[in-house]
Design a protein around this ligand. Sequence first.
Ligand code: FUC
Length: 938
Amino acid sequence: MSDVTRRNVLKAGAAGAGAALVPAAWNAADRAGSAAPAQVLAANDLALWYDEPAGTDWLRALPIGNGRLGAMVFGNVDTERLQLNEDTVWAGGPYDSANTRGAANLAEIRRRVFADQWTSAQDLINQTMMGSPGGQLAYQTVGDLRLSFGSASGATQYNRTLDLTTATVTTTYVQGGVRHQREVFASAPDQVIVLRLTADRANAITFSAAFDSPQRTTVSSPDGATIALDGISGSMEGVNGSVRFLALANAAVTGGTVSSSGGTLRVSGATSVTVLISIGTSYVNYRTVNGDYQGLARNRLNAAKSVAVDQLRTRHRADYQALFNRVTIDLGRTAAADQPTDVRIAQHASTNDPQFAALLFQFGRYLLISSSRPGTQPANLQGIWNDSLTPSWDSKYTVNANLPMNYWPADTTNLSECFLPVFDMVKDLTVTGARVAQAQYGAGGWVTHHNTDAWRGASVVDGAFWGMWQTGGAWLSTLIWDHYLFTGDFGFLQANYPALKGAAQFFLDTLVAHPTLGYLVTNPSNSPELAHHANASVCAGPTMDNQILRDLFDAAARASEVLGVDATFRSQVRTARDRLPPSRVGSRGNVQEWLADWVETERTHRHVSHLYGLHPGNQITKRGTPALYEAARRTLELRGDDGTGWSLAWKINFWARLEDGARAHKLLRDLVRTDRLAPNMFDLHPPFQIDGNFGATSGIAEMLLHSHTGELHLLPALPSAWPAGQVAGLRGRGGYTVALAWSNGQADEISVRADRDGTLRLRSRLFTGSFTLTDLTDGSTPATTRPESDVVALTVRAGHTYRAARPGVTPSPTVTATPTSTPSPTPTPTPTTSSPAPSGARATYAITGSWSGGFQAEVTVTAGATAIRGWTVSWTFPNGQVINQIWSGTHTQNGANVTVRNVDYNGSVPAGGSTTFGFIGSAGGTNNPPANLTCTTT
Ligand code: FUC
C-alpha cells in the first residue's frame, strides 16, 4: 500500500476502528427539580455527576489515572467495568526509523521544491525519505476488569460522580434495601488502582470478577484472593509486539469470603471489600523492553496490600491535592449547575452556565495530573485512556499541534512537574532524531517530524503530504526555554540544554538559502497538513517553520547565555535567526501562510499553523506588531470559527491573545456542544482526542492572564458572561503566582507573589483609576513607575506578595492568602560523576527538574571498555532528601543512604553504552548533589 493510500486508511480509521470513541448523536433532557448530590455540593461543584450508569458507552464512563495507570469506570449496577490502561503498553517494540536513502536524494528533492514541482518532490520523498516503518505504532489497551453483581433490577437512588477535588469516582445506589457504594481512585504514591466497595448492611456484597482483553493474554489465579492477566502487546507495521504486561487484581474482604480459581475471583457475603489492581510492564525505555514486569506488578501489589485502605486514600488525596489545589477559580454559578453533567452539555447553547467553564478548566487540570506525572510517558492523543488495539491516529504523539497543546496548561495552571515527561521524551528523541538527522539529511543535531511514539520514531511517516514537516523537534525544544521562564529552574535548563542546542544545530546544518529571496529556509517542509496547490503541501520555508525557528534560535542563544557556554554557537544561531523570512501580511490582509502569497486549497482548514506566532508564540502581539496583529484577526475571520475539537480549543487561545473576550467565549461555547464534548466531558475531534480538553483549559487561563510579552496582563480577554469572579494560583512567565478578583468586568484586587527578584510590569484597567499597592510581606508601599496609563512597574523581591486594589475593596481571603507557588529552586550544581568501577563503568547523577518540595533526577550508568551485566549505584543524600518513586531501577533507602540496583530491570549494557534510571524525590530546602556516589558492576 502506498504511503498516501495508507494515510487515507488511517483517516478512515477515525470512523472505523475508532468508532467506539465517536458518540452516537446524543442528547440529554433537563431533569425537572434536579439538585446536585451532596457530594457534588461539598466539592463546590467541581465534580462530574450522572443519574444513570454508563452502560456500554465508553464516552459516558469516567476516567481516573495516576499518570501511569488509567481506568475508565462504567458504574453499571449489574456489572462494574474498569477498562484498564498502562502508559507503556504500545504495539511493536524498539525500531530504528531512519531511512538511509534520504540524504542522497535531498538535493534533488530541494531542487524540485524550489522549481515549484511540489508533487514530484513529494513523490521522491515518498520513495526515499519515509521512515522505516512508514507509519508509527499504537498505544494499546491492557483489557478490562469486570465485576459481576447479578441483576440491576430494583436499583434506585442511583448516582455516580467524578470528584475533581479528590480524584475519585463514586457510584452509589440502593438495591434490596441496601445502600451500596463503590469508590475508585488511582494512587500515584502507592502505584495501584483502588476499588473500595461498601454497603450499609453487613454481609451484603457478593460478586465475581475476571479480566478480559483483546490482547494476546492468559488469565490465572496466582493465589486464593488474586487473579492475573498476563499478556503481550500487538504486532503492527511489521514490528513484533514486545511489551509484556501483568495485571493483578486482589480482593481483601471483611465479613465474608474470597476465593480465586481459574482466573475468576469470587467474593461472597462481604461487608466491605478492597480490590487492588496492579500492572507491571516490561517496557524500560524506548530501546529496552525486558523489564521484570511480573516482579514489578507483584511488588507494587504486595506493598499496597500492607497499607490500610484509609491510608491508601489519605495518601492518594494528599498527593493529588498538592497539585490540584494550587489553582482555584470561580466564574459564578447559576441553576444550570443543578443538572447532571451530560444535561449541562446538551443544554449549554441555551443556558447561562458560567460554572461549566470553571468545571471544564479544572477537568483539564485533573486530566493532566492523572495522565502525566514525573517519570511517566507524556499524555498522548487520548491522555492514557484507550480501549482499543487500533485507536484513531494510533493514540500516539502528534507533534504538529496536539502534543504541544496537551501541555499548554501545564505551566500557566501551576502543574509544572506534570510537564516533565515531555522533556524526558525530548531527551530520547535527541538520540533517535540524531540518527534520522544523520541518515536522511547528513546533518548534525537531531530532528523529529510530525509524529512520534513510545519508540521515539523520528522520521517522516504517513506520506510526504502529512509527514514532511521538519520542525517537530524544534517546537518541542522551544518548550524547554518556555518552561524555564516559568520556573527559573537552572538545573532543568542545564540538563535540557543539550536538546535545545542539538535541535538548533540540525537547522544550522540544513537550512538553505532561498534562490531568489535569499532567506534561510527549511526545504522540504509543509504548513501542517494543508495543500497550497492541488495535492501539494510540501514547500520551502512555511511561515510556521520560520516562526518556530526564530523561537528555537532565540531560546538556544539565550539558554547558552544563561548557562555561560557556547559563545561561538550562540553567534552562529543569532546570525541564522536574522536570515529567517519575516512573517508577512498577504493580499487578503491575512498573515501569509507560505513564502508566496498562496491561497489555501481548503479555506476553513482546521490547522491555523501560521498563527503559531500569536499563540503559543509571542511574535505577533497587539503592542509590538500591530499590523501582523490585525492580520492575525483577519486570518481567523477568513478561516472561520468551525473546526475539530482541538482546532476550536486553539482558537480560544488565539482570540484570548487577540484580547477579544467575547469571541474567545463564543469559541468556548462552540466547544461545549454534543458533537464536540462527550457526556463524560472528553473532547471530541471527533473521535475522542484529549488535546481539546487541555487546549480549553489553556484558553480559559489565557482569557484571565497573559505573560508572553514581559508583563503580566490581568483579565486581557474577560467576556461579559463572567462579570464577577475570582481566580488564584495562575502562573506567569518570570516566576509569578497570580490571584485576582473582579466585579462588573473589572479587577478589584490583584495579588502577585514573586519567585525571584526583578522588575514586574502589571497591566490592568485597575491602574487607570485610583488604586493602592502594598507589599503584603513587609507592609511597605513599593515605588512604581507608570510606563503606560494602564501599566505599573515595580521592583519585586523573591518570596514577597504584592497586592493592588481599588481603594475600599475588602481583601478577599482567596486573593490575599499567599498564593501557592513553585518557589525558585536552589541553583543546581553540575552533574556529579562517580569514579570508575573496576569494569570501567561510571554513574553520573544529574537533577533534571525541581519544584516546591520536590525534584526529579536521573542517574546514567555508562559502561567502560567492558560490557556489564548488572549494576548497583549507591550514594548518600546530604540534605535529607527522600526518594518517593523510581523508574528503571529498584531502590532501598536507609536514612541518607540510597542503593539502586537493576533487579527488576535488565541492566546489561554493551561496552561504551549507557542506561538511565530516574526518580522523584522530596527535598525540604537545599538539594545538594549526593556524596559518595559509587557504581559497582557485575
Ligand atoms: C493531525 C490533525 C488531525 C488529528 C491528528 C491526530 O493530523 O490534523 O486533525 O488531530 O493530528
